[in-house]
Design a protein around this ligand. Sequence first.
Ligand SMILES: Nc1ncnc2c1ncn2[C@@H]1O[C@H](COP(=O)(O)OP(=O)(O)OP(=O)(O)O)[C@@H](O)[C@H]1O
Ligand SMILES: [Mg+2]
Length: 509
Amino acid sequence: MMPSPPEVEIVDFSKRFGAVQALDAVSVRFTAGRMHALLGENGAGKSTLVKCLMGYYQADAGHILVDRQRRAIAHPYDAHALGLGMVYQHFTLVPQMSVAENFVLGRERLPAVLDWAAEHAALREFMARMPFRLELRRLVATLAAGEKQKLEILKQLYLGRQFLVLDEPTSVLTPGEADEVLGEMRRLADAGELTVILITHKLREVMEFAQDVTILRGGKVVARIDVADASEQRLAAMMFGQSHNTAKPELASRAGLSANYLEIEHLHALGDRGTAAVAGASLAVRSGEIVGIAGVSGNGQKELVEVLAGQREAESGNLRVAGRTFNGTRRELEQYGVSLLTEEPLANAAVRPMSVMENLSLRQFDQPPLARGRFVLDRRAMRPFAEDLIRRYGIRTASLFARLDTLSGGNIQRTVLARELSRDVRLLIMHNPCVGLDAAAVAEIRGQIMRARERGAAILLISEDLDEILDLSDRVLVMAAGRISHETDRASADRYEIGRHMAQGRLSA
Ligand SMILES: Nc1ncnc2c1ncn2[C@@H]1O[C@H](COP(=O)(O)OP(=O)(O)OP(=O)(O)O)[C@@H](O)[C@H]1O
Ligand SMILES: [Mg+2]
């Protein structure tokens, strides 16, 4: 028999980081066995609130009641001992270990000698009960982002946590996967086995799966309502106050398109497991055109982007930019005006310990001259440039000089996008660019992508968000099992038909 999930109440939490009052006397009660949503724009204080609850940060003031008793949570271990678990906005898995090892090593207390046969048997039995599965022997490094997210959630359930905080769990999942994961969380809540705190920017998910909503703005609770009494519009109004723009960009028709700027022919590349990941993909993108690639994660998108970025070698096939062979070297990226935005910006496209200003100004952040300090940073030139980007992209930071990793998840993403979109790009390649951004930021970023297109850039948009693909693309391709299996232009794009081709890809589990 499972014990019932704990009821958790946060009373008067305040937390300040330097000049930023991240939380200001926040009180919330999470009724046991329900699904609660925490909403708020980028930087509102959502992650800070749950990190204080989990003992990852210490609140400056306030206390926590678990089942109506006051509890001190000074460290994540204390939270775990009370049955509280969390899936963080950034991954916490060990990439060089298998799925099974990540499950087992997630435990706080490990026996001196592990009985792997018994562990595997227990894991198989656990997996069989779960609605989504992962191959236990796979190396975590080879999992696509959506698969890692599922593993993070499964790990918490395996550890027996009955109060689970999910910080933007679906930002890397497809709509179908997100529904599957959230549906399962809600089912467990309804069965009285779990209390769920869901942080998300997707109002549809809140309306569909959550029961209670708390809205934060500027570190304060601005509303607590029952989802039954809410609407998406009302929630958005409460999140942003009055002034926000979520209008969809207008697509002007593109008569007389120019020549192909990017050409990919019969590309083959292996995945981390040595099996075919990109299996004969061919496509072309013209200047002034947005080509969207839809698909379920794990169908070769990650590897395709890595080949384009020069981070993975192709087995065969041709890559051309501006009619010339392209290998994704630094020099070529510079020469052809190529900007690449891969998944997980904090891991792949930013330098954590550097300031916001430096991250905005860097273009070749990982090149040795800079890393060795030989690069001379012209701070006087950087400053107005960085200030302008911060204003235009609404980046919320304590100052220009704050370390990038002190920004909220959405603000880190904005910083990387601001830098890349402010360049004079001729080819822009983006993988899930709007993950984790609030509606106002999404509108801004989409506007910037459209402006890059108007300036004549060739744009390849790879996204697991089908709505994003359909809103922005002149042409829509579907990538399934490593190749382009379907193509349609915007005018005749049919969501159902595209979904059908997406579903014929490899299942990521
Ligand atoms: N470790 C830290 N040091 C300094 N400032 C921080 C730190 N963590 C958070 N902040 C600041 O606190 C504020 C709230 O950040 P938080 O991460 O809680 O936002 P959020 O609501 O989760 O936003 P997002 O939707 O972008 O993830 C932000 O202004 C952020 O820059
Ligand atoms: Mg956050």
